[in-house]
Design a protein around this ligand. Structure first.
Ligand SMILES: Nc1nc2c(ncn2[C@@H]2O[C@H](COP(=O)(O)OP(=O)(O)OP(=O)(O)O)[C@@H](O)[C@H]2O)c(=O)[nH]1
Ligand SMILES: [Mg+2]
Length: 284
């Protein structure tokens, strides 16, 4: 199954990113710490070209910290890339580190020139939240729904840096099913584009296999459920997801699981790890 969700304003948003990039010193690409690969938009890499980039892995409070550290190291292995794991829980660290990284990458402009940074990423990863953290005020609209920012917004920071927030950008067709499901589970694709049961089953299967202890603890289970459906059935039984006749409403249970995952209620979870470098270590 491939997924298509590319609302009209994104065509314009993409055109405007392409138009703006040449005047910018760096790109701040915002990706989700729980799914750094799935939330990296190939169209944004195209827009960036060879410009330096700070890859900000947002929502790091929701991801497995050990896996996020591996992602930061992995991403910094690419030329022209600096990476940083950010969270709203540490706004001061985020402000300081991003200013340092952008200054470093835009060194060629000299110390007196304003650094211009374009903030881009898929919907709902926390671009506007990052703008608000960096200026330390609520200037950009934030929401837990995807595709809230519809226009570019320029923000001048006290240190002279000029930021441009931009609308979340998808690409016209997501061919890889796990990628679409990860994006949907994390909330970058609206719930109207994929149904809760499909995303919930995908999430339940992943959690039972990879984070069984968190599942058992969250839903107070006696043992690890044998399957995704078994987990949703347990959730339905425990959380009022029963229809007439005592039949479990799996759809409702799936919706609950998706929301609890998004809110971080199960604990810190990473949906994907960086590829492991399997090259043999050269003997010296
Ligand atoms: N837990 C947690 N939530 C965050 C963090 N950063 C952002 N969020 C939440 O993520 C959601 C999306 O944030 P936005 O800043 O609106 O995302 P965006 O990328 O600008 O979204 P679009 O404009 O729709 O593309 C909001 O509910 C934020 O509160 C974080 O570090 N931790
Ligand atoms: Mg936004």
């Amino acid at each position: 199954m491939s997924l298509q969700w590319y609302p009209g304003h994104m065509t314009k948003a993409r055109r405007e990113l392409i138009a703006l990039m040449p005047s910018q010193d760096v790109m701040i690409e915002v990706i989700d710490s729980r799914l750094p690969k799935a939330s990296s938009n190939p169209l944004i890499a195209e827009v960036r070209g060879t410009k330096p980039v700070v890859k900000v892995l947002t929502k790091s409070d929701l991801a497995d910290p050990a896996v996020t550290r591996m992602w930061v190291a992995y991403l910094e292995g690419e030329p022209g890339v600096k990476a940083f794991a950010a969270t709203t829980k540490q706004p001061q660290v985020t402000r300081k580190r991003i200013a340092e990284l952008c200054q470093h990458l835009a060194e060629h402009r000299g110390p007196d020139k304003q650094v211009r940074a374009l903030i881009a990423g898929v919907p709902n990863v926390g671009k506007s939240t990052l703008v608000n953290i960096l200026i330390n005020r609520q200037v950009a609209k934030v929401s837990d729904k995807p595709a809230v920012t519809k226009e570019q917004q320029i923000v001048h920071l006290p240190d002279g840096m000029v930021l441009t927030d931009s609308p979340g950008l998808m690409w016209p067709k997501i061919e890889h099913e796990p990628r679409a499901f990860r994006l949907a589970l994390a909330g970058s694709i609206p719930d109207t584009a994929i149904d809760y049961l499909t995303i919930g089953m995908f999430g339940a299967e992943f959690l039972v296999e990879r984070y069984p202890d968190l599942v058992v603890a969250r839903y107070k289970l006696g043992a690890v459920p044998a399957s995704a459906e078994a987990l949703l059935t347990e959730i339905g039984r425990r959380r009022g997801g029963l229809r007439k006749g005592g039949v479990v409403d799996l759809h409702k249970a799936a919706e609950l699981l998706v929301h609890e995952f998004r809110g971080g209620l199960l604990g810190p979870i990473s949906l994907e790890a960086p590829p492991i470098d399997t090259r043999p270590i050269e003997s010296s």
